[in-house]
Design a protein around this ligand. Structure first.
Ligand code: UGA
Length: 444
């Protein structure tokens, strides 16, 4: 089977590699010529565990093809995936220009029936816009005899485990009103739909909303827990105990109830805002989502408030070791990362940062360039040297069991601000370190 995927970002590239591994011939189309030429050489532009291996295993030559020439991809496959980015517009709504440009491209080149599958995260109603754009373009070409179907097939992959999520999906949402499209997509996903049926088929608009609703629900869990954590501090309780206590209820569950420094990344912040805009433009007041978004914005300032509180506002001239730059572990992605809000606040207050991250150092260099108040360190130990305190922003595994005694010797003050609750304050205090966590007893 031949498949074409437009967009070689996280979603497109991972899905392409996984399809190719299953035995399909996949053509990836991207307008970024430099990216395409790097991919042709087997260079992967993003850090995603297992992806490089998968792309190389498949032989960038054999089943996985990269091109900037859309017409090649359109001619080659009956199924055309749209997996291009939907960056936020100025008002927070998703900008569909890339999605609609691909729709136009497909309609400009197709010569026979095509199934267009929208995989990008898009607002409800986008598939209708894709359909309208294609109809218009075909009409302009004088080819309105050609048929096509537009369906919605959102992805639910997480950065850092994208390959596994794609290979073993917990559900496959197929949004279409066309029986023939459903049959084709069921066949396409058959290698990933074993043991039990993971395919949930529905109408296009419900499929589009399912994607946003899932991310908004998860973001809501996080903001709720962050609110409880902040309250626990006020009430002299320990959120980690509360987390264990509530997670035992299967209706709540243990997933996604970890308090921290706010959610980041390329999905939750953008999707919550886009959902808010979508609700507003539909004449509905999204009270819950507004609160989720506001709590998250505020949560990203919690660490700085703790630091400033402890040093009684005397931050100027101080140096802070910062462990973790990426928005979460196992990725080099710093989009909307809480570390960025913290660094901005520290710099604003006149402090210096000695930062270390297992994967995001190049990304950090790309974003900030050379600055006097930012030193990118080669190891987590180096970051501690001459620092007034340590701040942990991302819960990378390699940060979980540090040598507290060595840490105490190196740091100017034996203090850790733990934004992810990875350290037990009691254990650390036995080694002479004071740990400030999120939502734990008496640590305002
Ligand atoms: C998220 C969803 O989890 C995926 O299901 C979805 O497909 C994806 O967005 C997308 O729309 O493409 P991702 O952004 O990769 O995936 O990252 P998550 O693992 O969900 O983490 C998001 C943020 O929430 C991170 O900043 C993380 O630190 C934070 N988080 C997560 C918490 O603060 N507490 C938790 O308990 C869980």
């Amino acid at each position: 089977m031949n498949i074409t995927i437009f967009g070689t970002g996280y979603v497109g590239l991972v899905q392409a590699a996984v399809f190719a591994e299953a035995g399909y011939n996949v053509t990836c189309v991207d307008i970024d010529a430099e990216k395409v030429s790097r991919l042709k050489k087997g260079e992967i532009p993003i850090y995603e565990p297992g992806l490089e291996h998968l792309v190389k295993e498949n032989g960038t030559t054999e089943r996985l093809h990269f091109t900037t020439d859309a017409s090649v991809g359109i001619a080659r496959s009956s199924i055309q995936f749209i997996a291009v980015g939907t960056p936020p517009d100025e008002d927070g709504s998703a900008d569909l220009k890339h999605v609609l440009a691909v729709a136009k491209e497909i309609a400009s080149h197709m010569e026979e029936h095509r199934i267009v599958v929208v995989k990008s995260t898009v607002p409800v109603g986008t598939s209708d816009q894709v359909r309208a754009m294609m109809l218009r373009t075909l009409k302009e070409r004088g080819r309105d005899d050609l048929t096509f179907d537009v369906s919605s097939n959102p992805e639910f992959l997480k950065e850092g485990s994208a390959v596994a999520d794609c290979t073993k999906p917990d559900r496959i949402i197929i949004g279409t009103e066309c029986a023939e499209t459903e049959r084709a997509l069921r066949e396409l996903y058959a290698p990933f739909n074993r043991n039990h049926d993971k395919i949930i088929s529905m109408d296009v608009r419900s499929a589009e909303l399912t994607k946003y609703a899932a991310n908004c629900m998860l973001a809501t869990k996080i903001s709720f827990m962050n609110e409880m954590a902040n309250l626990a501090e006020k009430l002299d309780a320990d959120i980690e105990k509360v987390r264990l206590g509530i997670g035992a209820d299967p209706r709540i569950g243990y997933h996604f109830i970890y308090p921290g420094v706010g959610y980041g990344g390329s999905c939750f912040p953008k999707d919550v805002r886009a959902m808010i805009r979508l609700a507003q433009t539909s004449g509905y007041d999204p009270m819950v989502l507004n609160a989720v978004e506001q709590r998250n914005e505020q949560q990203k300032h919690v660490l700085f408030a703790k630091i400033s509180g402890h040093f009684e506002g005397d931050i100027e001239g101080k140096t802070f070791a910062l462990w973790g730059l990426s928005f979460k572990p196992n990725t080099n992605d710093m989009r909307e990362a809480p570390s960025r809000v913290l660094m901005a606040a520290l710099w604003q207050a006149g402090a210096k940062v000695r930062a270390y991250d297992p994967e995001a150092m190049d990304e950090c260099r790309r974003i900030y360039g050379d600055r006097e108040d930012l030193l990118l360190c080669a190891s987590k130990e180096e970051a501690l040297e001459e620092a007034d305190a340590l701040v942990v922003v991302t819960e990378w595994k390699s940060f979980r069991a540090p040598d507290f005694e060595a840490m105490k010797r190196v740091l100017r003050n034996p203090i850790i601000f733990d934004g992810r609750n990875i350290y037990d304050p009691v254990v650390a205090s036995r080694k002479g370190l004071l740990v400030f966590s999120i939502g734990r007893t008496g640590q305002l």
